[in-house]
Design a protein around this ligand. Structure first.
Ligand code: NAP
Length: 272
């Protein structure tokens, strides 16, 4: 039996186990997906222990995405992003580290017929999710405007991402950036469990595709405002789904049963 899992602290309410186990059931795989909550000082031992026990793959979440870089052979994208969310133990050498948040975001957008090549994209937020989304969009051929509450972090990230510029959130900056933008991604935590948005509603328009990384609730205030403005909307569960799909495919080499995983994921989430 293959054992997969999630390393994080806390991981109590993770949506990943039912999503991955739905895939195993659908494909008749003998596998389990379990959560592990090591103390922060034990993270390196946890990875070495997982390798010794023959665990097949681990996802990694807060607060360990950066810490595990030390213990794995990170691929080029994860190294640039500076964070690993998927570890693959199936090879013979050191476990490999990957970042499927970036590709997950791109797949979520493409799934909604959003063109990314030569698109003008605005990413609000420059934390872990913002970094992954900004690198992903740049790799897909978009120009990226990064706007962050702490402006210096936006400038630092823009210095690392090709075709990117950094901004603050003060004054009418977002309205100016969005006026001729094609894609907007909220990669801040604003809107999570509170009915707030980091983007003024009047800056949204019908030529935009708007994705929210926040998935609790599914219908954030940003996405309600975007729908009202006639924009295409993509909720955060799509990004979460496709980062899981990418991890599943990396570990198993099989095509993921996307519909079964999506159903299991959405069954656990509330719309508002
Ligand atoms: P993080 O590393 O802690 O970054 C948080 C970001 O939000 C920073 O850019 C921060 O700005 C900004 N922020 C926080 N409070 C703000 C406020 N009141 N006003 C404006 N900006 C604010 O967190 P993360 O890991 O990037 O996660 C961000 C969100 O994305 C979370 O809701 C998380 O659940 C979600 N996420 C979703 C997926 C998915 O698959 N859908 C994947 C990863 C993360 P400062 O730099 O100024 O602090």
């Amino acid at each position: 039996m293959d054992v997969f899992g999630l390393l994080g602290n806390p991981v109590g309410h993770s949506l990943s186990p039912p999503m991955h186990e739905a895939a195993y059931d659908e494909l008749g795989l003998e596998a389990r997906y379990v959560t592990f909550e090591p103390e922060p000082e034990a993270i390196e031992d946890a990875i070495d222990g997982a390798a010794a026990l023959g665990i097949t793959g681990l996802n990694v979440t807060i607060p360990f995405k950066r810490d595990v870089l030390e213990r794995v052979a990170a691929d080029e994208l994860a190294t640039r992003i500076g964070a690993v969310n998927t570890i693959d133990f199936t090879g013979s050498g050191r476990p490999t580290g990957h970042n499927t948040d970036a590709v997950g975001a791109l797949r979520a957008l493409r799934d909604h017929d959003v063109t990314l090549e030569n698109a003008r994209a605005v990413v609000v937020g420059a934390g872990g999710a913002g970094r992954a989304v900004a690198f992903g969009l740049a790799d897909a051929g978009a120009t990226v405007e990064i706007a962050n509450r702490t402006e210096s972090t936006a400038h630092e990230l823009a210095g690392e991402v090709p075709n990117a510029t950094g901004h603050g959130l003060e004054g009418g900056t977002l309205a100016e950036l969005l006026a001729d933008a094609d894609v907007l991604v909220n990669a801040t935590s604003v809107g999570m469990k509170t009915d707030e948005t980091p983007v003024p509603a009047e800056a949204l328009h019908e030529s935009l595709a708007v994705m929210d990384a926040v998935y609790q609730p599914l219908e954030t205030r940003l996405l309600r405002d975007a729908a009202e403005a006639g924009a295409t909307t993509v909720d955060g569960a799509w990004m979460l789904l496709y980062q899981g799909v990418e991890a599943f495919e990396l570990w198993t080499g099989a095509s993921a049963p996307v519909d079964a995983m999506n159903e299991a994921l959405r069954g656990q989430l509330s719309r508002s």
